[in-house]
Design a protein around this ligand. Structure first.
Ligand code: SF4
Length: 610
């Protein structure tokens, strides 16, 4: 039996995602046949075409003309918005978005003419490494995706996100409705045409990897078509699926419409075992970490898979990938050194949820893996996709890379541990590190203590100074609007963000109350009130802090972000959510000072932060 692992939209289409390649490698190691297909990158390539953009603009125009008559006839008014049905609300929001677009400066025909050339610019080295051409191409791609989204507004596909229609909730019934309605969800029509039974013949099992909220609607729409049109066992996996497992256990119908099973927890052992069950070698109830509906129509939850030994894992297998599809001139390959987080105590965090406990590959295993990927695929850029790697380990890894003379550049996420000495940072730079994404969070020590971040705040700026002095690019993530944060504390964090000499690139975000975070049991203590569920398929909750709603807190952050981006409009990446692979490629070519100091002549008009 052959298994296919697919990645659905929306995910960043710059480089391959790890999970499918990781599972293919693991299947091969176990003597099973498997392949991967990146439907996310296929989707972006299909959308970023002249005809798609023109067609969407025409549909949006036709909708406006038609709905303007309906508004006149029915007397719809913005001030009565809350009284209307979800469909009328959707149409009113769509009408507003389309009208604003057509009244704005962007000409859809002009974008359509340029979009394919923009994609070519992103994929061609001479053009990609010219920042003037790169940022113009990105603006064009962002404009094109906005136009492609117009007929489906207020849902919207972006390079770095998929925004679902806010009129509908993340509850099962609303998700089901959206996965069936081509007027609400662009993926219904897209996958209806894309998913042909003959393309999936020969696969006995298809795994759909859902790792983020942005993949829920596209991923479930895809899973539904795969279930309807193939004879394969459809299984859903990915870290996000684990986080919503309790909801899934209450929905027998979900297993009739969207999939045959869901895998919860580490898939590397469980997926292999599930393949054996699908082949009939073992009964289904002996598959690990599985939720499925048994022959009596009852939801069954099987035993959790044994602990994963990172050193027993096979390297990811990218055989058969069409690397030319990615929106990048060079590929950044993902490698995972560890599972979970070695700290795993931050009260707001749920990253490590679903990963049983921390384990890390031996340095030899990790460097062997990197070396074999370099030799096999010829790529020299890597992201270590770990939540955090201890400084001591990183130092040993760096020394081994240097000892073997492996020529690579890489970046990863790290904690601001005081044990990151200048010497370790220098070793990492010498081994090829060019950027670290540091979890800075909040300037206030009081807030950091409540977050239980477990770092010595007095050392943070020293670490960033040392990192800068050895040539590393400091990318920091920040948390704004934590419960009980005072305006002065928020301002202190904003001031750190504005210190561009030290914080070369920032990713600000709002505190979100996650269903699986430690602090969900301590909301009263944190002054969080009116906690309400965001829906079966959502991993965070709505709440109120000191009378301030999540909506207002987000509004404050968006305003700050917008002004910050305007003030730094000529910089390459003063703020970024999704461009980290591109940043690494630029750092590898030009160095940190050049990237930080470059001033664009091209006038960016999309300030989305990508
Ligand atoms: S925020 Fe980072 S360091 Fe803290 S528990 Fe989560 S992954 Fe670990």
């Amino acid at each position: 039996m052959k298994t296919l692992f697919v990645l659905p939209p929306q995910w960043y289409p710059m480089s391959p995602y790890l999970s499918a390649a990781q599972l293919v490698g693991q299947f091969k190691k176990n003597g099973l046949s498997a392949a991967a297909r990146d439907l996310n990158v296929e989707f972006f390539n299909d959308m970023l075409k002249k005809d798609r953009v023109l067609d969407a603009a025409e549909k949006a125009k036709a909708f406006c003309d038609e709905f303007a008559l309906e508004i006149e006839k029915e007397g719809y008014r913005e001030e009565n918005f809350e009284q209307y049905s979800p469909m009328i609300k959707t149409k009113l929001m769509r009408y507003r978005a389309c009208t604003e677009f057509f009244e704005g400066d962007i000409d859809a025909c002009d974008v359509a003419e340029r979009v394919e050339d923009a994609v070519a610019a992103l994929k061609t080295r001479e053009r990609f490494y010219d920042p003037e051409q790169l940022f113009e191409a990105k603006d064009t791609v962002i404009d094109a995706l906005s136009i492609v989204s117009l007929p489906f507004q207020p849902s919207k596909i972006m390079l770095d996100n998929f925004i679902a229609n806010p009129v509908y909730s993340y509850d099962y019934e609303d998700i089901k409705l959206q996965c069936n309605d081509a007027s609400l969800n662009m993926f219904v029509d897209y996958f209806d045409k894309k998913i042909k039974a003959e393309d999936f013949e020969g696969y006995g099992m298809i795994g759909v990897s859902i790792c983020d909220l942005s993949q829920i609607i596209p991923g479930l729409t895809l899973a539904k078509y795969l279930k309807e049109r193939t004879n394969a066992h459809i299984t859903l996996g990915g870290n996000y699926i684990y986080k919503i497992r309790e909801s899934l256990k209450t929905m027998p119908e979900f297993f009739d419409i969207f999939c045959d099973s869901v895998q919860v927890g580490d898939g590397e052992i469980a997926a292999v075992r599930l393949a054996k069950a699908v082949m009939g070698e073992i009964p289904m109830n002996e598959a690990y970490s599985l939720i499925y509906k048994n022959g009596d129509g009852e939801i069954t939850v099987t035993e959790t898979a044994p602990l994963l030994d990172m050193d027993a894992l096979a390297p990811p297998c990218f055989d058969g990938y069409d690397f030319s599809q990615y929106l990048s001139a060079d590929i950044v390959l993902p490698v995972q050194l560890s599972k979970s987080c070695y700290w795993a105590k931050c009260t707001f965090c749920d990253f490590y949820t679903g990963q049983q406990c921390f384990d890390i590959k031996s340095v030899k295993h990790a460097v062997d893996e990197v070396e074999s990927l370099v030799n096999q695929y010829g790529f020299h850029h890597f992201i270590f996709v770990d939540e955090a790697v201890p400084p001591k380990y990183y130092n040993e890894l760096a020394l081994e890379i240097i000892r073997r003379g492996i020529k690579i550049n890489f970046y990863s996420f790290v904690r601001l541990e005081k044990t990151f000495t200048k010497e370790i940072l220098q070793n990492l730079y010498n081994a090829g590190a060019r950027s670290f994404i540091w979890g800075y969070e909040a300037e206030s020590e009081r807030i950091m203590k409540i977050l239980n971040k477990g770092i010595d705040c007095s050392q943070r700026k020293r670490i960033l100074e040392d990192a800068k002095s050895v040539g590393l690019f400091n990318h920091c993530t920040f948390l704004l609007g934590y419960p009980s944060e005072t305006p002065e504390e928020t301002e202190a964090t904003k001031n750190t963000i504005r210190n561009r000499a030290l914080v070369n690139c920032c990713t600000p975000s709002n505190f979100a109350l996650k269903k699986n975070a430690i602090m969900i049991k301590e909301t009263e203590d944190a002054g969080i009130k009116n906690v309400t569920d965001n829906g079966d398929f959502h991993i965070s909750c709505n709440y109120v802090i000191n009378g301030n709603s999540t909506k207002n807190i987000k509004k404050d952050r968006m305003e700050f972000q917008h002004n910050f981006l305007k003030d730094n409009a000529r910089s390459l990446w003063s703020l970024s959510f999704a461009d980290t692979d591109h940043i690494l490629l630029y750092l590898s070519k030009y160095g940190a000072d050049w990237v930080r100091d470059y001033k664009l002549k091209y006038k960016k008009h999309n300030f989305t932060g990508t």
